[in-house]
Design a protein around this ligand. Structure first.
Ligand code: C2E
Ligand code: MG
Ligand code: MG
Length: 573
């Protein structure tokens, strides 16, 4: 009976041992159990694998210190790593504490250790190779701090580095500089050659940026076509300016994208960190403001931040917000300036000139707010308002008096310009022959075919088309050939200079003669004196406009003014 029960418990023990063995040897972690004398009680096969030890060296009873000593000599882990593990475990053993830590090789191999004391002063520990996990973590960390396309630091890391630099900067160190770089016309490349080409271009740009800087500087991609450089030792603004000049020059050198020659440019804004103001956001914002200024100055250049720029920018932002509401608040008004016909000596029409009666800033000139309206995408709406209002006003004038309306080049981009013109005429009942549309040469610069097609459609409606500010723009003569304009308006800069500069007088003459040959009328703009009037008349201009006749005035004055002026000028002529 007794023997039988002994045999049975022996069997149970065997089964349990076998199970324990299987469990132990199927663990993914290496395990080692050690007694009070620091001798091994048991360890699993993963322990042998991990430390690359032969089984005979790790028998129960072997001293753990010796085992680790052998491991240091035989395994892929550096001696320092194994020794460090022993050292840390020794501390835990002495203190009788539980603890987890990890130890890393210089090459990225890492072991995580979890140590726990056992009753009777022994201990058990697990060891796990976490190299892959660590590498994945490192990869994730890299990805979170770098731009995937160019591998440059991203905004997060850039701001981090900037913050560190600013924190460590002492008064006597002089400044560090932040340069914000924006590529000019990058979007055109993306649109015309496709995104893969755009990507390649960005990579080449990144490479060129890296070639421009010194060892301690940081080059980052902040997003899209925006890059930034942290110049760590820019003790003088001239250092940063020197770098900015190099950047602008390098980036505009043509690129080879799969055999296609691509030319872009870059604008750069610089902000210098001085000892007193050390705030990352403040510095980046200032560099951005300077960048904005550089773009405003025609791109392909750099600008150093000045406090005044911030004030200007705030004012500009405020104006943008106000402009968005200007139509609805009835703050836009049309002034009219007479166009005097030099053949009949009569006022033949009025040019509608837009004004903005700002609630606090007073009357604002279109030269100031039209470019803003163009930039914030409001020009189509404003242009439509002008057309409707001008037709509405003009229909009350005598039937032979025209109204001229200025069009922004951007109005040709929206597809419904023709529709807007037609519906303004229909709504007001104004005859198309009494409407003249003034465009500048810049309207013909882009999408020439589309613009010309629109001009023809407008002309088919019966309205007249005038080329405004002639002579200020580009290859003027070619535009004269591209569309049969009804009229050329000679820019006032020529008229103003006629007295002093014979070449200006000669230009007025030739344009008037040329126009006559092409069957076009000519208006001399900016006639302020009787002498100028005589000169433009002699030159052969068919119309004149300027302060000599009258300044632009509100619509309410037009009718009264029209009759008086005609009477006066008839007697003068
Ligand atoms: P613009 O079309 O060339 O208009 C003529 C400008 O010359 C007007 O300036 C007018 O007031 C000014 N002017 C007329 N006679 C004289 C003169 O004898 N001496 C001098 N010094 N100046 C004279 P304004 O009204 O400030 O308009 C400036 C520009 O703004 C216009 O030039 C036009 O390009 C643009 N603009 C005005 N209204 C509109 C509009 O409704 N839509 C668009 N897109 N642009 C407009
Ligand atoms: Mg005009
Ligand atoms: Mg003009």
């Amino acid at each position: 009976m007794l023997v039988q029960s002994l045999l049975e418990s022996d069997r149970t023990l065997d089964t349990q041992n076998a199970r324990f063995d299987i469990a132990l040897n199927n663990m993914s972690q290496a395990l080692c159990m050690v007694d009070q004398q620091q001798r091994i009680i048991v360890c699993n096969s993963r322990f042998l694998e991990l430390f690359e030890l032969p089984a005979n060296m790790v028998q129960p009873g072997a001293l753990i210190e010796e085992v680790f000593y052998n491991a240091a000599a035989m395994s892929r882990y550096e001696r320092d790593v194994i020794e460090a593990i022993c050292e840390k475990q020794r501390e835990l053993i002495t203190a009788g504490r539980t603890g987890s830590f990890f130890q890393e090789n210089a090459d990225g191999h890492a072991i995580a250790v979890s140590h726990r004391p056992m009753p009777g002063n022994g201990w058990v520990a697990t060891y796990e190779d976490i190299s892959e996990r660590r590498q994945a973590e490192a990869r994730i960390h890299f990805m979170a701090h770098h731009d995937a396309l160019t591998c440059l630091p991203n905004r997060l890391l850039f701001e981090d580095k900037l913050e560190q630099l600013l924190k460590g900067m002492r008064q006597e160190d002089g400044g560090a500089a932040v340069l914000c770089i924006d590529l000019d016309h990058f979007k055109d490349v993306n649109d015309s050659l496709g995104h893969p080409a755009g990507d390649q271009l960005l990579k080449q740009v990144a490479q060129r940026l890296l070639e421009c800087v010194r060892g301690g500087d940081v080059v980052a991609r902040l997003g899209g076509d925006e890059f930034a450089i942290l110049q760590s030792s820019a003790c003088q603004p001239e250092y940063a300016e020197g770098l900015a000049r190099r950047l602008v020059k390098t980036l505009r050198t043509p690129y080879d994208i799969d055999g296609t020659r691509v030319v872009i440019g870059a604008s750069v804004g610089i902000a210098i960190a001085t000892g007193d103001r050390k705030d990352v956001n403040h510095l980046l914002k200032n560099a951005d403001i300077a960048l904005y200024k550089a773009k405003e100055e025609g791109r392909g250049t750099y600008c150093l931040f000045e406090a005044e720029m911030d004030v200007q920018l705030q004012a500009r932002r405020a104006m943008e917000l106000d402009l968005l509401e200007a139509i609805d608040k009835h703050e836009l008004i049309l002034f009219y300036q007479p166009l005097f016909n030099l053949e009949t000596n009569k006022v033949s029409g009025f040019e509608a000139l837009l004004r903005w009666r700002h609630p606090s800033l007073g009357m604002i000139s279109p030269a100031q707010f039209i470019p803003i309206a163009e930039e914030i995408g409001l020009i189509a709406r404003i242009g439509e308002w002008v057309l409707r209002q001008a037709c509405h006003d003009a229909v009350t004038w005598p039937a032979d008096v025209m109204v001229a309306v200025n069009l922004s080049p951007l109005q040709f981009r929206s597809s419904d310009l023709v529709h807007t013109v037609r519906s303004s005429l229909d709504a007001s009942g104004l005859s198309p022959r009494r409407l003249e549309l003034e465009i500048t040469e810049s309207a013909l610069l882009k999408d020439n075919d589309k613009v010309l097609a629109t001009l023809h459609e407008l002309r088919d409606l019966g309205v007249e088309i005038a080329l405004d500010d002639f002579g200020t723009g580009y290859s003027s003569l070619s535009y004269l050939r591209s569309f049969p304009f009804d009229k050329i308006k000679i820019d006032q800069s020529f008229v103003r200079e006629m007295d002093r500069r014979p070449d200006c007088l000669a230009i007025v003459h030739s344009v008037a003669q040329l126009a006559q040959k092409l069957g076009m009328a000519t208006t001399a703009e900016g006639v302020e004196t009787l002498e100028q009037l005589d000169q433009v008349r002699k030159a052969g201009c068919t119309q004149a406009q300027g302060y000599y006749f009258d300044r632009p005035k509100p619509a309410s004055e037009v009718v009264r003014w029209f009759t008086c002026l005609t009477q006066q000028l008839e007697t003068a002529a």
